[in-house]
Ligand binder design. Structure first.
Ligand code: SF4
Ligand code: SF4
Length: 454
Protein backbone atom coordinates (compact mmCIF):
# COMPACT_ATOMS: atom_id res chain seq x y z
CA UNK A 1 0.00 0.00 0.00
CA UNK A 2 1.32 3.47 -0.86
CA UNK A 3 0.51 6.29 1.52
CA UNK A 4 2.05 9.67 0.90
CA UNK A 5 2.13 12.82 2.99
CA UNK A 6 2.56 15.32 0.16
CA UNK A 7 -0.14 16.56 -2.18
CA UNK A 8 -0.24 19.08 -4.98
CA UNK A 9 -2.97 21.72 -4.94
CA UNK A 10 -3.72 21.73 -8.67
CA UNK A 11 -5.42 25.12 -8.65
CA UNK A 12 -2.27 26.74 -7.20
CA UNK A 13 0.27 24.99 -9.44
CA UNK A 14 1.68 27.22 -12.20
CA UNK A 15 3.41 24.34 -13.96
CA UNK A 16 6.90 25.80 -13.55
CA UNK A 17 8.42 22.28 -13.36
CA UNK A 18 10.90 23.12 -10.57
CA UNK A 19 9.56 20.21 -8.53
CA UNK A 20 9.97 17.86 -11.51
CA UNK A 21 13.60 18.86 -11.97
CA UNK A 22 14.58 18.45 -8.32
CA UNK A 23 12.78 15.20 -7.47
CA UNK A 24 15.49 12.57 -6.80
CA UNK A 25 13.31 9.66 -7.89
CA UNK A 26 11.83 11.26 -11.04
CA UNK A 27 8.36 10.99 -9.53
CA UNK A 28 6.83 14.17 -10.97
CA UNK A 29 5.24 14.77 -14.36
CA UNK A 30 3.64 17.84 -15.91
CA UNK A 31 0.37 17.36 -17.80
CA UNK A 32 -1.94 20.14 -18.99
CA UNK A 33 0.31 22.66 -17.25
CA UNK A 34 -0.03 21.06 -13.81
CA UNK A 35 2.33 18.86 -11.80
CA UNK A 36 1.35 15.44 -10.47
CA UNK A 37 3.18 12.85 -8.35
CA UNK A 38 3.56 9.21 -9.40
CA UNK A 39 2.95 7.36 -6.15
CA UNK A 40 5.14 4.33 -6.96
CA UNK A 41 8.20 6.52 -7.23
CA UNK A 42 7.67 9.05 -4.42
CA UNK A 43 9.71 8.61 -1.21
CA UNK A 44 8.21 11.63 0.61
CA UNK A 45 11.58 13.37 0.86
CA UNK A 46 9.89 16.77 0.51
CA UNK A 47 12.42 18.24 -1.94
CA UNK A 48 9.56 19.23 -4.26
CA UNK A 49 7.85 21.09 -1.41
CA UNK A 50 11.01 23.10 -0.75
CA UNK A 51 11.40 23.97 -4.43
CA UNK A 52 7.84 25.11 -5.19
CA UNK A 53 7.74 28.92 -5.59
CA UNK A 54 3.98 29.22 -4.95
CA UNK A 55 3.50 26.73 -2.08
CA UNK A 56 1.33 24.51 -4.25
CA UNK A 57 2.69 21.39 -2.52
CA UNK A 58 1.46 20.85 1.00
CA UNK A 59 2.04 18.30 3.75
CA UNK A 60 -1.05 16.56 5.10
CA UNK A 61 -1.57 16.26 8.86
CA UNK A 62 -4.17 14.98 11.30
CA UNK A 63 -6.58 17.35 13.05
CA UNK A 64 -4.90 18.84 16.13
CA UNK A 65 -8.18 18.67 18.05
CA UNK A 66 -8.04 14.87 17.92
CA UNK A 67 -5.80 15.08 21.00
CA UNK A 68 -8.86 15.99 23.08
CA UNK A 69 -10.47 12.63 22.30
CA UNK A 70 -8.07 10.88 24.69
CA UNK A 71 -7.95 11.42 28.49
CA UNK A 72 -4.22 10.61 28.31
CA UNK A 73 -3.02 12.41 25.22
CA UNK A 74 0.73 12.23 24.73
CA UNK A 75 2.89 14.66 22.72
CA UNK A 76 5.82 12.68 21.39
CA UNK A 77 8.18 15.45 20.31
CA UNK A 78 11.54 15.19 18.54
CA UNK A 79 14.50 16.96 20.19
CA UNK A 80 14.74 19.20 17.10
CA UNK A 81 11.34 20.66 18.04
CA UNK A 82 12.92 22.15 21.16
CA UNK A 83 15.80 23.39 19.00
CA UNK A 84 13.38 25.60 17.03
CA UNK A 85 12.83 28.02 19.89
CA UNK A 86 15.05 31.01 20.74
CA UNK A 87 17.49 30.54 23.63
CA UNK A 88 15.44 32.67 26.04
CA UNK A 89 12.55 30.16 25.92
CA UNK A 90 13.49 27.29 28.21
CA UNK A 91 12.73 23.62 27.59
CA UNK A 92 10.58 23.57 30.74
CA UNK A 93 8.51 26.40 29.38
CA UNK A 94 7.93 24.62 26.07
CA UNK A 95 6.85 21.45 27.91
CA UNK A 96 4.47 23.53 30.03
CA UNK A 97 2.96 25.28 27.00
CA UNK A 98 2.36 21.89 25.36
CA UNK A 99 0.44 20.81 28.44
CA UNK A 100 -1.56 24.04 28.43
CA UNK A 101 -2.49 23.29 24.83
CA UNK A 102 -4.12 20.06 25.96
CA UNK A 103 -1.48 17.33 26.09
CA UNK A 104 -1.54 15.43 29.35
CA UNK A 105 1.98 14.05 28.91
CA UNK A 106 5.06 15.12 26.96
CA UNK A 107 7.91 12.80 25.98
CA UNK A 108 10.83 13.18 23.64
CA UNK A 109 11.24 10.64 20.86
CA UNK A 110 14.93 10.31 21.71
CA UNK A 111 14.05 8.81 25.10
CA UNK A 112 14.76 5.40 23.54
CA UNK A 113 17.81 6.42 21.44
CA UNK A 114 20.01 4.17 23.60
CA UNK A 115 17.74 1.15 23.11
CA UNK A 116 17.70 1.82 19.35
CA UNK A 117 21.51 1.83 19.33
CA UNK A 118 21.61 -1.38 21.39
CA UNK A 119 19.21 -3.13 18.99
CA UNK A 120 21.33 -2.16 15.97
CA UNK A 121 24.54 -3.30 17.70
CA UNK A 122 22.85 -6.59 18.61
CA UNK A 123 21.78 -7.11 14.98
CA UNK A 124 25.34 -6.37 13.82
CA UNK A 125 26.73 -9.03 16.18
CA UNK A 126 24.14 -11.60 15.03
CA UNK A 127 24.66 -10.89 11.30
CA UNK A 128 28.42 -10.62 10.71
CA UNK A 129 27.94 -11.62 7.07
CA UNK A 130 25.94 -8.48 6.14
CA UNK A 131 28.05 -5.35 5.69
CA UNK A 132 27.71 -2.48 5.58
CA UNK A 133 24.59 -2.37 7.71
CA UNK A 134 22.36 0.60 6.98
CA UNK A 135 20.33 2.36 9.67
CA UNK A 136 16.53 2.29 9.35
CA UNK A 137 16.25 5.68 11.07
CA UNK A 138 15.40 7.89 8.07
CA UNK A 139 12.22 6.64 6.34
CA UNK A 140 12.95 8.59 3.15
CA UNK A 141 16.24 6.70 2.86
CA UNK A 142 14.54 3.34 3.50
CA UNK A 143 12.06 4.07 0.69
CA UNK A 144 14.84 5.35 -1.58
CA UNK A 145 16.74 2.08 -1.17
CA UNK A 146 13.55 0.06 -1.72
CA UNK A 147 12.89 1.63 -5.10
CA UNK A 148 16.30 2.68 -6.47
CA UNK A 149 18.77 0.28 -4.85
CA UNK A 150 16.84 -3.00 -4.44
CA UNK A 151 20.09 -5.01 -4.16
CA UNK A 152 20.83 -3.13 -0.91
CA UNK A 153 17.53 -3.74 0.96
CA UNK A 154 19.01 -6.64 2.93
CA UNK A 155 21.62 -4.23 4.34
CA UNK A 156 18.90 -2.21 6.11
CA UNK A 157 18.68 -3.18 9.78
CA UNK A 158 15.03 -4.25 10.29
CA UNK A 159 14.60 -2.51 13.61
CA UNK A 160 11.96 -0.10 14.87
CA UNK A 161 13.11 3.50 15.15
CA UNK A 162 13.09 5.54 18.40
CA UNK A 163 9.67 6.88 17.40
CA UNK A 164 8.03 3.46 17.69
CA UNK A 165 10.20 2.29 20.58
CA UNK A 166 9.29 5.39 22.60
CA UNK A 167 5.59 4.95 21.81
CA UNK A 168 5.84 1.31 22.97
CA UNK A 169 7.59 2.41 26.17
CA UNK A 170 5.02 5.13 26.95
CA UNK A 171 2.03 2.87 26.32
CA UNK A 172 3.51 0.07 28.43
CA UNK A 173 4.46 2.42 31.25
CA UNK A 174 0.95 3.91 31.35
CA UNK A 175 -0.76 0.55 31.16
CA UNK A 176 1.35 -0.53 34.13
CA UNK A 177 0.05 2.54 35.96
CA UNK A 178 -3.50 1.31 35.29
CA UNK A 179 -4.45 3.47 32.29
CA UNK A 180 -6.44 1.49 29.67
CA UNK A 181 -4.94 1.55 26.14
CA UNK A 182 -8.06 3.13 24.65
CA UNK A 183 -7.55 6.17 26.90
CA UNK A 184 -3.98 6.72 25.65
CA UNK A 185 -3.54 8.73 22.45
CA UNK A 186 0.05 9.02 21.24
CA UNK A 187 0.56 11.98 18.86
CA UNK A 188 3.83 12.23 17.04
CA UNK A 189 5.10 15.72 16.27
CA UNK A 190 6.87 15.19 12.96
CA UNK A 191 9.71 17.22 11.51
CA UNK A 192 9.26 15.74 8.02
CA UNK A 193 6.84 14.27 5.50
CA UNK A 194 8.62 10.92 5.26
CA UNK A 195 7.87 10.17 8.90
CA UNK A 196 4.17 10.85 8.34
CA UNK A 197 4.21 8.28 5.53
CA UNK A 198 6.18 5.90 7.79
CA UNK A 199 3.49 6.14 10.49
CA UNK A 200 0.59 5.77 8.07
CA UNK A 201 2.18 2.89 6.12
CA UNK A 202 5.07 1.42 8.14
CA UNK A 203 7.70 -0.73 6.40
CA UNK A 204 7.96 -4.26 7.85
CA UNK A 205 4.84 -3.93 10.04
CA UNK A 206 1.07 -4.04 9.49
CA UNK A 207 0.25 -0.85 11.37
CA UNK A 208 1.82 1.72 13.64
CA UNK A 209 0.85 2.18 17.29
CA UNK A 210 0.97 5.98 16.86
CA UNK A 211 -2.57 7.43 17.01
CA UNK A 212 -2.00 10.71 15.17
CA UNK A 213 0.60 12.93 13.53
CA UNK A 214 0.97 16.69 14.00
CA UNK A 215 3.29 18.75 11.83
CA UNK A 216 6.14 20.41 13.69
CA UNK A 217 5.81 23.83 12.03
CA UNK A 218 2.13 24.18 12.87
CA UNK A 219 2.67 23.06 16.48
CA UNK A 220 5.56 25.51 16.79
CA UNK A 221 3.17 28.36 15.97
CA UNK A 222 0.65 27.17 18.58
CA UNK A 223 3.28 26.78 21.31
CA UNK A 224 4.94 30.09 20.52
CA UNK A 225 1.56 31.88 20.62
CA UNK A 226 0.72 30.23 23.94
CA UNK A 227 4.04 31.33 25.45
CA UNK A 228 3.46 34.91 24.26
CA UNK A 229 -0.07 34.92 25.70
CA UNK A 230 1.28 33.80 29.06
CA UNK A 231 3.78 36.68 29.01
CA UNK A 232 5.94 37.57 31.97
CA UNK A 233 3.37 36.50 34.54
CA UNK A 234 3.87 32.88 33.63
CA UNK A 235 4.76 30.61 36.53
CA UNK A 236 7.20 27.83 35.65
CA UNK A 237 5.93 24.42 36.66
CA UNK A 238 8.87 22.40 37.89
CA UNK A 239 9.39 18.70 37.41
CA UNK A 240 7.70 18.57 34.01
CA UNK A 241 10.76 18.32 31.83
CA UNK A 242 12.27 14.99 30.97
CA UNK A 243 16.01 15.55 31.09
CA UNK A 244 17.66 13.46 28.43
CA UNK A 245 21.30 12.41 28.18
CA UNK A 246 23.56 14.34 25.83
CA UNK A 247 23.84 11.26 23.57
CA UNK A 248 20.05 11.06 23.24
CA UNK A 249 19.68 14.80 22.52
CA UNK A 250 22.22 14.64 19.69
CA UNK A 251 21.09 11.31 18.25
CA UNK A 252 18.97 12.79 15.43
CA UNK A 253 21.64 15.18 14.16
CA UNK A 254 24.17 13.99 11.61
CA UNK A 255 26.70 11.70 13.32
CA UNK A 256 24.27 11.17 16.21
CA UNK A 257 23.78 7.46 15.51
CA UNK A 258 27.35 6.87 14.43
CA UNK A 259 28.63 8.02 17.84
CA UNK A 260 26.62 5.25 19.51
CA UNK A 261 27.45 2.42 17.13
CA UNK A 262 30.20 -0.08 17.85
CA UNK A 263 31.37 -0.55 14.25
CA UNK A 264 35.05 0.14 13.68
CA UNK A 265 34.45 1.90 10.38
CA UNK A 266 31.27 3.82 9.78
CA UNK A 267 30.10 6.83 7.76
CA UNK A 268 27.42 9.42 8.43
CA UNK A 269 26.13 10.96 5.20
CA UNK A 270 23.42 13.62 4.96
CA UNK A 271 21.62 15.25 2.04
CA UNK A 272 19.73 13.09 -0.45
CA UNK A 273 22.10 13.74 -3.37
CA UNK A 274 25.18 12.89 -1.26
CA UNK A 275 23.45 9.70 -0.13
CA UNK A 276 22.59 8.73 -3.72
CA UNK A 277 26.15 9.40 -4.90
CA UNK A 278 27.43 7.11 -2.15
CA UNK A 279 24.85 4.37 -2.74
CA UNK A 280 25.71 4.38 -6.47
CA UNK A 281 29.31 3.63 -5.51
CA UNK A 282 28.26 1.00 -2.98
CA UNK A 283 26.04 -0.74 -5.51
CA UNK A 284 28.93 -0.79 -8.00
CA UNK A 285 31.27 -2.38 -5.40
CA UNK A 286 33.44 0.75 -5.28
CA UNK A 287 33.29 0.94 -1.45
CA UNK A 288 35.11 -1.51 0.79
CA UNK A 289 35.46 -2.14 4.49
CA UNK A 290 32.57 0.01 5.79
CA UNK A 291 30.56 -1.65 8.55
CA UNK A 292 27.77 0.82 9.31
CA UNK A 293 26.05 3.64 7.45
CA UNK A 294 23.98 6.42 8.99
CA UNK A 295 22.17 7.98 6.03
CA UNK A 296 19.87 10.99 6.27
CA UNK A 297 17.85 12.62 3.49
CA UNK A 298 18.13 16.09 5.03
CA UNK A 299 21.22 18.26 5.50
CA UNK A 300 22.25 18.30 9.19
CA UNK A 301 19.93 15.36 9.89
CA UNK A 302 16.53 16.19 11.36
CA UNK A 303 17.61 19.78 12.13
CA UNK A 304 17.28 20.39 8.38
CA UNK A 305 13.95 18.62 8.04
CA UNK A 306 11.16 19.98 5.88
CA UNK A 307 8.83 21.13 8.67
CA UNK A 308 11.49 23.02 10.62
CA UNK A 309 10.58 26.57 11.49
CA UNK A 310 14.10 27.82 12.05
CA UNK A 311 17.46 27.58 10.29
CA UNK A 312 19.06 24.13 10.58
CA UNK A 313 22.41 25.49 11.81
CA UNK A 314 20.78 27.55 14.57
CA UNK A 315 18.69 24.55 15.60
CA UNK A 316 21.79 22.33 15.67
CA UNK A 317 23.73 24.85 17.74
CA UNK A 318 20.91 25.06 20.30
CA UNK A 319 20.83 21.28 20.53
CA UNK A 320 24.58 21.14 21.10
CA UNK A 321 24.14 23.77 23.83
CA UNK A 322 21.46 21.67 25.49
CA UNK A 323 23.62 18.55 25.17
CA UNK A 324 26.58 20.35 26.78
CA UNK A 325 24.42 21.22 29.80
CA UNK A 326 23.16 17.62 29.98
CA UNK A 327 26.75 16.32 29.91
CA UNK A 328 27.64 18.72 32.72
CA UNK A 329 24.76 17.39 34.83
CA UNK A 330 25.83 13.81 34.11
CA UNK A 331 29.37 14.65 35.23
CA UNK A 332 27.86 16.01 38.44
CA UNK A 333 26.17 12.67 39.07
CA UNK A 334 22.64 13.29 37.77
CA UNK A 335 21.15 10.23 36.08
CA UNK A 336 19.37 11.25 32.83
CA UNK A 337 15.70 10.40 32.69
CA UNK A 338 16.08 8.36 29.50
CA UNK A 339 17.97 5.77 31.58
CA UNK A 340 14.63 5.04 33.28
CA UNK A 341 13.66 3.29 30.07
CA UNK A 342 16.17 0.59 31.01
CA UNK A 343 13.40 -0.93 33.16
CA UNK A 344 11.69 -1.81 29.88
CA UNK A 345 14.87 -2.73 28.07
CA UNK A 346 14.14 -6.46 27.69
CA UNK A 347 10.55 -5.82 26.58
CA UNK A 348 11.63 -3.22 24.02
CA UNK A 349 14.52 -5.27 22.63
CA UNK A 350 12.31 -8.37 22.39
CA UNK A 351 9.83 -6.40 20.27
CA UNK A 352 12.25 -4.11 18.44
CA UNK A 353 12.64 -6.07 15.22
CA UNK A 354 10.33 -6.00 12.19
CA UNK A 355 10.08 -8.03 8.98
CA UNK A 356 12.95 -7.68 6.51
CA UNK A 357 12.62 -4.69 4.20
CA UNK A 358 11.50 -5.67 0.68
CA UNK A 359 12.27 -3.96 -2.64
CA UNK A 360 9.52 -1.94 -4.28
CA UNK A 361 9.09 -1.41 -7.98
CA UNK A 362 9.27 2.16 -9.30
CA UNK A 363 7.69 1.24 -12.58
CA UNK A 364 5.09 -1.51 -12.84
CA UNK A 365 5.55 -2.61 -16.46
CA UNK A 366 3.41 -5.75 -16.53
CA UNK A 367 2.30 -8.52 -14.17
CA UNK A 368 3.43 -11.06 -16.76
CA UNK A 369 7.26 -11.41 -16.44
CA UNK A 370 7.82 -12.10 -20.15
CA UNK A 371 5.81 -9.06 -21.17
CA UNK A 372 7.55 -6.95 -18.52
CA UNK A 373 10.93 -8.02 -19.94
CA UNK A 374 9.81 -7.13 -23.48
CA UNK A 375 8.67 -3.72 -22.27
CA UNK A 376 11.98 -3.15 -20.54
CA UNK A 377 13.76 -3.90 -23.82
CA UNK A 378 11.49 -1.41 -25.57
CA UNK A 379 12.31 1.27 -22.99
CA UNK A 380 16.02 0.74 -23.61
CA UNK A 381 15.55 0.99 -27.39
CA UNK A 382 13.45 4.14 -27.06
CA UNK A 383 15.95 5.64 -24.66
CA UNK A 384 18.70 5.23 -27.23
CA UNK A 385 16.51 6.79 -29.91
CA UNK A 386 15.67 9.86 -27.81
CA UNK A 387 18.15 12.81 -27.74
CA UNK A 388 19.40 12.13 -24.15
CA UNK A 389 19.45 15.79 -23.17
CA UNK A 390 16.76 15.53 -20.49
CA UNK A 391 15.21 18.85 -21.55
CA UNK A 392 11.93 18.13 -19.74
CA UNK A 393 9.76 19.63 -22.52
CA UNK A 394 7.85 16.34 -22.75
CA UNK A 395 6.69 16.85 -19.12
CA UNK A 396 8.97 14.11 -17.78
CA UNK A 397 12.30 14.86 -16.05
CA UNK A 398 14.53 12.64 -18.23
CA UNK A 399 14.46 10.94 -21.62
CA UNK A 400 14.57 7.61 -19.78
CA UNK A 401 11.53 8.37 -17.61
CA UNK A 402 9.68 9.62 -20.71
CA UNK A 403 10.49 6.35 -22.51
CA UNK A 404 9.00 4.44 -19.54
CA UNK A 405 5.84 6.56 -19.67
CA UNK A 406 5.50 5.90 -23.42
CA UNK A 407 5.88 2.13 -23.01
CA UNK A 408 3.18 1.91 -20.34
CA UNK A 409 0.92 4.09 -22.55
CA UNK A 410 0.81 7.05 -20.22
CA UNK A 411 1.85 9.41 -23.03
CA UNK A 412 2.49 9.26 -26.77
CA UNK A 413 5.97 9.45 -28.29
CA UNK A 414 4.94 12.61 -30.15
CA UNK A 415 5.19 14.42 -26.79
CA UNK A 416 8.94 14.68 -27.52
CA UNK A 417 9.63 17.79 -29.62
CA UNK A 418 12.67 16.17 -31.24
CA UNK A 419 10.46 13.31 -32.41
CA UNK A 420 7.95 15.86 -33.68
CA UNK A 421 10.64 17.50 -35.84
CA UNK A 422 11.59 14.04 -37.11
CA UNK A 423 7.94 13.36 -38.05
CA UNK A 424 7.60 16.82 -39.63
CA UNK A 425 10.52 16.12 -41.94
CA UNK A 426 8.71 13.03 -43.15
CA UNK A 427 5.39 14.91 -43.37
CA UNK A 428 3.92 12.51 -40.84
CA UNK A 429 2.61 15.17 -38.45
CA UNK A 430 0.80 18.48 -38.92
CA UNK A 431 1.50 21.74 -37.08
CA UNK A 432 -1.87 21.43 -35.38
CA UNK A 433 -0.95 18.00 -34.06
CA UNK A 434 2.39 19.35 -32.79
CA UNK A 435 0.56 22.18 -31.02
CA UNK A 436 -1.95 19.75 -29.48
CA UNK A 437 0.91 17.58 -28.17
CA UNK A 438 2.61 20.63 -26.62
CA UNK A 439 -0.67 21.81 -25.08
CA UNK A 440 -1.22 18.39 -23.53
CA UNK A 441 1.93 18.92 -21.50
CA UNK A 442 2.08 22.64 -20.79
CA UNK A 443 -1.53 23.77 -21.18
CA UNK A 444 -3.05 25.87 -23.98
CA UNK A 445 -2.48 29.37 -22.62
CA UNK A 446 1.15 29.10 -21.74
CA UNK A 447 2.42 32.01 -23.82
CA UNK A 448 1.12 35.53 -24.30
CA UNK A 449 1.49 37.65 -27.46
CA UNK A 450 5.14 38.08 -28.59
CA UNK A 451 6.32 41.66 -27.81
CA UNK A 452 6.89 42.57 -31.50
CA UNK A 453 3.31 41.46 -32.42
CA UNK A 454 1.51 43.55 -29.80
S1 SF4 B 1 8.47 14.10 -2.03
FE1 SF4 B 1 10.51 13.71 -2.93
S2 SF4 B 1 10.24 11.82 -4.08
FE2 SF4 B 1 8.16 12.56 -3.67
S3 SF4 B 1 7.63 13.78 -5.49
FE3 SF4 B 1 8.50 15.21 -3.97
S4 SF4 B 1 10.69 15.35 -4.49
FE4 SF4 B 1 9.86 13.50 -5.51
S1 SF4 C 1 7.12 23.62 -8.30
FE1 SF4 C 1 5.79 21.99 -9.14
S2 SF4 C 1 3.89 22.15 -7.89
FE2 SF4 C 1 5.04 24.07 -7.59
S3 SF4 C 1 4.15 25.47 -9.17
FE3 SF4 C 1 6.01 24.53 -10.07
S4 SF4 C 1 5.19 22.74 -11.18
FE4 SF4 C 1 3.55 23.38 -9.75
Amino acid sequence: MFVHALEIEESSCIGCSRCMKICPTEAIRIRHGVASIQEHRCIDCGKCHEACPVNAIYVKEDDFHDIHAYPHSVALIPAVFLGQFPDEISVTRIYSALKDLGFRHVFEVETTAGIFADAKNQYAREHPDIRPLISSFCPAIVRLIQIRYPSLVENIIPVKTPLDLSAMYIIEEMKNRGVPREEIGVFYVTPCAAKIAAVKAPVGEKRSIIDGVINMDSLYNRVYKKIKEQGKNYVLKQGQTIRLSSDAILSTLTNGERRLCLAKRSYAIDGIQNVMDFLDKLENDEVEGVEFLELRACDQGCAGALLSYDNRFLCGERMYGRARKAAERERNGEVPRDREVDRYRDYLLDNAFVDAVQPRSMLVLDKDRTKAFQKMERINKLKNFLPQIDCGLCGAPTCESFAGDVVINRVGLSGCIFYQRWLERKNDITRQECLAAMNAVWGSDRMGVPPDKE
